[in-house]
Write a protein that binds this ligand. Structure first.
Ligand SMILES: Nc1ncnc2c1ncn2[C@@H]1O[C@H](COP(=O)(O)OP(=O)(O)OP(=O)(O)O)[C@@H](O)[C@H]1O
Length: 604
C-alpha cells in the first residue's frame, strides 16, 4: 500500500515507474529473444562462473588447511584441482566475453536498424518537429546506451540473485553465526544503491538532453558554415558551443562525483563487512569453532556476496543512465509512421489529379487549406502561382502524401491516395525541388539512385544528354565516376539542377512536380536548365510552382493561390484580361522574364 502510494507520487514515478519498466522490456525483449542462443550461452557461462567461484573458495580454504596440517598427499591433488579450476575459469572468461559481444552487438545492430527505419518512415508532420541534430544524437549517443539494459546489466540482474543465494547457503554451511553479520549489511548496500541510482538518473537525463542540443549546434555549424563566415558569426557560434560544452563538463563532474561517492560507499560497506567478519572469524578460530582455512574460504566468499550487493546497486545506477537514454528513443518510436506498403496500384495518371475538399493545418489550429478543391488535368502543364505563404509548397507535400490532410481526399484517376498506396504513388511521381539535393558519391550513383536496377549505361547517358549535362560530365577527368562532394558542393547551381533533371528523367514517372528555382542562373546556364526542363515535362502530367514567365505563358492552366484558396484560374491571356491578383503579380514583376519561351512544349 505504502509502496503503491509512493509509486503514484509523480516525483517518485519520475525516477522509477513500473509502466516504464514494462515498456522497456516490451521494447527490447524481442531483440533479446532473437539472439537467444548467445544469451543462453551467456547464462550457461554465468552458472559455470558461479560454480567455479565456489569451487575456488573451497580449494583455497582446503589448501590452507592441508598446508597447516602438513598433509602433502592432499595438497598434491588439491593443487591439480586448482590448476583445473584456473584453466576452466580462463576458458569461461574468454567464451563469456565473446558471447557477450555477439549478444550485445547483435541486439544493438537490429535495434539500430529498426529505429533508423522508423525515422525514415516517420509521418512527415512529426518528422518536421525534429531537428536533424537531435535525431543524429539519438543514433550517436542514445542508442549505445541500451548496453546498460541488455548487456552485462541484464546478466547481472540474473547473476546477482543466483550467486547471492548460492554463496549465502555455502556460508551458512560453514558458519551460521558469522553469516548473520552479513544480513545486517545487505539492506544498507541496497538502500545506498537505490538512492544514488535515482540521483544519477536525473543527472543522466540532463546529460542526454544536452548532448542532443550540442548535436544540433554542430549540425547547424557545419551546414551553415558559409553563412556563418559571411555574416562573421564565428564568435557567436563559438560562444554557444563553448557554453554547452561547459555545461556538459559540469554535469559530467556531477556524474563523476555521484559515482565516486557511490563507489566509495560500496567499498566502505565491503571493507566494514570484511573487517567485522575477520574480527569475529578470528575469535571463532581462537575458540576452535572455525579452522583458518574455513575462515579464509569464508572471507573469500563474503566478497562474492557483498560485491554483487553493491554491484546490483551499481547495475541499478547504470540502468538509470540507460533508461534516461531509452526513454528519449521511446519518445521517437512513439511518433506515428507511414505504413508505406508498396501496393500493386501504381497510378499512370491517364485522367486527372484531384484534391477534394481538403482541410489541412500543420499545427491543428491555423489551417493552411479549408475545404480546398482543385483539378489538375492529365498530360498537361498546370502552373501554380501565388504570393509567399499562399500554400503552394504545402500543396506539393499533400500531393506526394508527405502530410495527410485532416479532411478531404486526393485522387489520381479517381483512386484516392491513402497510407496503403503511398509508396506506389510516389513511384509515379518525380519531384524536382527548388533547391537541388544531391547525395555524396559519384555522378553515376546520383543518377542511378532514382532509376531501377535494370537502367543501362546507354539509358543513363541518354538522360544526361537530354538534361544538357552529358558534355560537362564527359569533360571531367573521371567522367560519370566523379565524386561530387557532400550535397554536390563541387558542382555549380546550374550543373546540380541538370543532374537532378537527368535523375528525374531516369525515374520516368508519369507525374512531374516541379518547384521552379527562384534564384537566377547566368544566361547560358539558365538556357540549358530551361531546355532540359522542357524535355522533362514532355508527355507528363506536370504541376509547376512557377516563377518564370516562359513557364506560365505555356501552361495549359494557371491556378492562382492566395491564403490557401484558389482565387483565379485560366490561361495567361485570360488572366491578364481580368483584374485581380494575377494581374497585380504580373505588374509587380513577380515572374522572371527569362526569354526562352520556345523550350516549353508539354505535348510529345
Ligand atoms: N512545417 C511547417 N509547420 C508549420 N507551419 C508551416 C510549415 N510549413 C509551412 N507552414 C505555414 O503554412 C503556410 C503555407 O506555407 P507554404 O510553404 O505552403 O507557402 P508557399 O506558398 O509555398 O510560400 P513560398 O512561396 O514563400 O514558398 C505558411 O503560413 C507557413 O507559415
Amino acid at each position: 500500500m505504502v509502496m503503491k502510494r509512493l509509486l503514484n507520487n509523480t516525483e517518485i514515478s519520475q525516477y522509477f515507474s513500473l509502466g516504464e519498466l514494462k515498456r522497456i522490456i516490451q521494447l527490447l525483449f524481442p531483440y533479446v529473444r532473437k539472439h537467444k542462443k548467445a544469451y543462453m550461452g551467456l547464462f550457461i557461462m554465468l552458472l559455470l562462473d558461479i560454480t567455479l567461484a565456489l569451487a575456488f573458495a573451497w580449494f583455497f580454504g582446503n589448501t590452507i588447511d592441508a598446508a597447516v596440517q602438513g598433509n602433502f598427499e592432499q595438497l598434491k591433488w588439491l593443487i591439480a584441482t586448482g590448476v583445473a579450476i584456473s584453466i576452466l575459469s580462463m576458458a569461461v572468461n574468454f567464451t563469456d566475453t565473446y558471447l557477450e559481444t555477439v549478444a550485445l552487438n547483435g541486439v544493438k545492430k537490429d535495434f539500430n536498424h529498426d529505429v533508423y527505419e522508423h525515422v525514415i518512415r516517420m509521418n512527415g508532420k512529426n518528422f518536421t518537429n525534429y531537428h536533424s541534430g537531435e535525431l543524429f544524437s539519438h543514433f550517436a549517443h542514445d542508442l549505445h546506451q541500451i548496453e546498460g539494459v541488455i548487456g552485462r546489466g541484464l546478466l547481472n540482474l540474473i547473476r546477482v540473485p543466483i550467486i547471492s543465494i548460492s554463496v549465502f547457503i555455502y556460508l551458512l554451511h560453514i558458519n551460521w553465526a558469522l553469516t548473520l553479520v552479513i544480513l545486517l549489511v545487505i539492506p544498507l548496500a541496497i538502500l545506498g544503491g537505490a538512492l544514488f541510482g535515482v540521483l544519477l538518473r536525473n543527472n543522466s537525463r540532463e546529460i542526454h538532453e544536452l548532448m542532443g542540443k550540442i548535436s544540433k549546434t554542430l549540425n547547424e555549424t557545419f551546414q551553415g558554415l558559409m553563412v556563418i563566415r559571411s555574416f562573421t558569426l564565428e564568435s557567436f557560434f563559438k560562444q554557444k558551443y563553448k557554453k554547452s560544452q561547459d555545461e556538459l563538463y559540469q554535469l559530467e563532474l556531477k556524474d563523476a562525483k555521484l559515482r565516486g561517492w557511490f563507489n566509495t560507499g560500496g567499498e566502505a560497506v565491503g571493507m566494514m563487512t570484511f573487517l567485522t567478519t575477520l574480527a569475529v572469524g578470528m575469535y571463532f578460530v581462537t575458540d576452535d569453532i572455525l579452522t583458518i582455512g574455513a575462515l579464509l574460504t569464508y572471507i573469500n566468499l563474503v566478497n562474492h556476496l557483498i560485491y554483487p550487493m553493491t554491484g546490483i546497486a551499481g547495475q541499478w545506477a547504470g540502468y538509470q543512465r540507460s533508461v534516461s537514454a531509452i526513454e528519449r528513443i521511446i519518445r521517437l518510436l512513439d511518433q506515428p509512421r507511414e505504413k508505406g506498403t508498396v501496393g500493386s496500384y501504381i497510378p499512370d495518371c491517364e485522367d486527372r489529379i484531384e484534391a477534394k475538399h481538403i482541410t489541412f493545418s500543420y499545427d491543428n489550429s491555423n489551417p493552411v487549406f479549408t475545404d480546398f478543391t482543385i483539378t489538375l488535368p492529365a498530360n498537361k502543364l498546370t502552373a501554380i502561382v501565388g504570393p509567399s505563404g499562399a500554400g503552394k509548397s504545402t500543396l506539393f507535400y499533400l500531393l506526394q502524401g508527405l502530410y495527410q490532410p485532416q479532411q478531404g481526399t486526393i485522387c489520381i484517376d479517381g483512386i484516392s491516395i491513402d497510407e496503403e498506396n503511398l509508396q506506389s504513388l510516389r513511384q509515379s511521381m518525380a519531384y524536382v525541388p527548388q533547391e537541388t539535393y544531391l547525395f555524396s558519391g559519384t555522378i553515376r550513383e546520383n543518377l542511378l539512385i532514382s532509376g531501377n536496377d535494370r537502367t543501362t549505361e546507354a539509358q543513363m547517358m541518354e538522360a544526361a544528354i537530354s538534361a544538357n549535362i552529358h558534355e560537362f560530365i564527359q569533360s571531367l577527368p573521371e567522367g560519370y565516376d566523379t565524386e561530387i562532394g557532400e550535397r554536390g558542393v563541387r558542382l555549380s547551381g546550374g550543373q546540380k539542377q541538370r543532374v537532378a533533371i537527368a535523375r528525374a528523367l531516369l525515374k520516368n514517372a508519369p507525374i512531374l512536380l516541379l518547384d521552379e528555382a527562384t534564384s537566377s542562373l547566368d544566361n547560358e546556364s539558365e538556357y540549358l536548365v530551361q531546355e532540359a526542363l522542357g524535355r522533362l515535362m514532355k508527355g507528363r502530367t506536370t504541376v509547376v510552382i512557377a516563377h518564370r514567365l516562359s513557364t506560365i505563358q505555356h501552361a495549359d492552366k494557371i491556378l492562382v493561390l492566395d491564403q490557401g484558396r484558389v482565387v483565379q484560374q485560366g490561361t495567361h491571356e485570360q488572366l491578364l484580361r481580368t483584374n485581380g491578383l494575377y494581374n497585380d503579380l504580373y505588374r509587380k514583376s513577380y515572374f522572371h522574364k527569362d526569354g526562352y519561351p520556345e523550350v516549353f512544349s508539354i505535348n510529345a
